[in-house]
Design a binder for this molecule. Sequence first.
Ligand SMILES: NC(=O)c1ccc[n+]([C@@H]2O[C@H](COP(=O)([O-])OP(=O)(O)OC[C@H]3O[C@@H](n4cnc5c(N)ncnc54)[C@H](O)[C@@H]3O)[C@@H](O)[C@H]2O)c1
Length: 273
Amino acid sequence: MLPTIDLTGRTAVVTGAGSGIGRAIAHALAEAGAHVTVAERDPVTGESTAESIRSLGGSADFTACDVTDIPSIEAAIASAASRTGSIDILVNNAGIPGASAPIDEFQHDVWDAVLAVDLSGVFRVTREAVPHLVKSGRGAIVNIASTFGMFGAPENAAYAAAKAGVINLTKQNAVDLGPRGVRVNAVCPGYVDNDMARRGDRMSPEDAAARWATRNRLAALQPLGRQGQTSEIANVVRFLVSDMASFMTGSIVTVDGGCTATFNRGSEVQEAR
Ligand SMILES: NC(=O)c1ccc[n+]([C@@H]2O[C@H](COP(=O)([O-])OP(=O)(O)OC[C@H]3O[C@@H](n4cnc5c(N)ncnc54)[C@H](O)[C@@H]3O)[C@@H](O)[C@H]2O)c1
């Protein structure tokens, strides 16, 4: 009989789980038996994810968490740990793309905001959660980086730098935490179909439709020829946090339809991120 992924009895914290990839990860971990704390800055979407897990028979709660705000992180991690006294799984998923621009026109506030969420947020949440992950004795962290942290793309300075930072922070934390019994890996998604990309928040309907078309065109150039589904990222995260991946730490796992295997990534990636 094939072994299955069983997370029964484990407590997981997933940041930014109100939508998209984070929501799919929260569902995937709950399906495998984990209790999931949805750590999200948006209370409406955060509570919605927790409620949808519970409605399917899973175990989840919502805790407000802005990964740029230290008191908010402290409260969220304390709340998650209070259920069982430890945290077994942390998925650092919260992220924002920020507006694209040439480097000499790149807005300082965009740079600061993207680095604060996408890189410093990973550091701060990890820092707070580590004592609980060590206490667990089987702690596992997965950081959601991006293929955009692995190569340069036009006009994406902040996002590319932040995600590259997450990749090496993953390796660094794997080095520091391996001896303390905590595994740390990263997943780099390629183009993933999500609600935000479809809706094009803060965009005109025309711009949103154009960006969606560009994403599909660029995805079509890649080996699997399509965008990924959020569940296809979540499946890999569920594997990485499970005992099935017990000898994996410091690994950077691309889940990108072959994007990084090919030279042919297109030249307009900044429009599509
Ligand atoms: N969708 C893609 O194509 C793609 C590709 C590569 C990497 N990623 C990465 O995957 C992760 C999830 O992206 P997504 O596509 O699901 O996006 P999304 O916008 O659907 O979800 C991001 C979530 O993070 C939350 N969030 C944002 N700032 C936060 C903060 N300060 N504190 C707490 N929560 C916050 C948002 O409210 C939202 O629920 C991000 O790290 C993103 O960079 C996405």
